[in-house]
Write a protein that binds this ligand. Structure first.
Ligand code: XIL
Length: 358
């Protein structure tokens, strides 16, 4: 107190000439600026304070080439999902060749910044290499290939990747088992087998079934629930369900239905993770659309936080500069919480507020 008064007196001493006064003034104000920056709340600081995880997928090339991207990544998030580098075609491009270079860079970044890694994805119908999809394999050969793949990839990161999307998108939108490369080649058992193998390769990893469109209560979420319940009965080591949450303002899960869905999963012993949230907008998106988007982000995070079984909340990217939406949904975009110049959008502020208060 006394010290502050003395400093103030010197700083505002009217007998000093203009230049030294200006310099002194800057010195006086600087600590309060630094303080403001120190105490500024981020998604990361708020999540950590309440023992929760907030994550994002990582565009591997942006991480290596865009310094601003990397800064925000480290500042705002507690868990990272490599966007493409752990997918089958990236990591296992030839029958006897694995390539971990890119994934290793994301993992090293996460470790340097004391963040966790969410592994994505071991068994999916997309981004499979040609050697696999164009090859002719018997059921036994294909299950050997998948077993080796799961052992090798999960085993390599044993103890480093805390959570794995083991199987993604095995259910079609009408609720039937999706007609995938794996279903055709191995049969419906591929799901249970993949979970068993992943568990053998890293018994401590949290193993997730990950899908889209099953967030609320509908045909698809009913089928996901039944499938996982059955697999659990048969002893499959499944620990959680990933709700991807790729949505748009006209496609938001109803709050009650979403909560009921999370709770029924919790009641059979499962964790729930929001794994890939984005809220795409019809372009051009103006102020009103961005405000609506902010409300949607806040509502979903709020519902997740109010349920004890919702353990993490991850986005599919954080800046509109790097988002899969414009390419996959022509005419849509602006789906994330920072704009293309890395300015926080209303959605970012809404998430900060929700994490700090709900
Ligand atoms: C997307 C990536 O973001 C794109 O870069 C890639 O070209 C295609 O895949 N659901 C998933 C993710 O589980 O793996 C998808 O990621 C987006 C939809």
């Amino acid at each position: 107190m006394i010290l502050t008064t003395i400093v103030r007196r010197i700083c505002f001493n009217s007998r000093l000439s203009m230049l030294p006064r200006l310099i002194l003034l800057l010195i006086c104000i600087a600590p309060s600026w630094a303080n403001a920056a120190d105490t500024q709340q981020t998604l990361r600081s708020l999540a950590q304070a309440r023992g929760f995880h907030v994550g994002t997928s990582v565009d591997e090339s942006a991480l290596q080439n865009d310094r601003r991207y990397a800064e925000i990544l480290a500042r705002e998030f507690t868990i990272l999902t490599p966007e493409n580098s752990l997918k089958f075609s990236s990591v296992h491009p030839a029958p006897f060749r694995y390539d971990f270079d890119t994934a290793d860079k994301v993992i090293a970044f996460a470790q340097d910044n004391e963040m966790e890694i969410h592994g994505h994805v071991l068994v999916w119908n997309e981004q499979l290499p040609h050697w696999l999809t164009k090859g002719k394999f018997s059921r036994e050969q294909l299950s050997n290939i998948l077993r080796q793949h799961v052992y090798h990839v999960v085993g390599r990161y044993r103890g480093q990747i805390v959570m794995w999307d083991v199987v993604s998108e095995a259910i079609a939108d009408d609720g039937t088992l999706r007609d995938t490369f794996w279903l055709r080649g191995i049969g419906p058992d591929y799901i249970q087998l993949a979970f068993q193998w992943a568990h053998e390769a890293d018994p401590a990893a949290v193993l997730i079934y990950n899908d889209y469109g099953g967030e609320g209560l509908n045909h698809k979420s009913n089928k996901i629930y039944k499938l996982i319940k059955n697999l659990l009965k048969r002893g499959a080591p499944i620990h959680g369900v990933g709700l991807q949450m790729h949505i748009s303002p006209d496609l938001i899960p109803n709050h009650n239905a979403f909560t009921k869905n999370i709770n029924r999963l919790k009641n059979i012993g499962l964790q729930v993770h929001i794994t890939e949230m984005d809220v795409r907008l019809k372009k051009p998106a103006g102020k009103i659309q961005r405000a609506t988007q902010a409300k949607i982000y806040a509502e979903i995070l709020g519902s997740c936080l109010s349920s004890s079984s919702c353990n993490s909340f991850s986005l599919w990217g954080f800046s509109d500069k790097y988002s899969w939406i414009p390419e996959y949904f022509p005419g849509w975009g602006a789906a994330l919480i920072f704009d293309e110049s890395f300015h926080p959008k209303p959605a970012y502020k809404a998430l900060i507020e929700t994490l700090g208060t709900k």
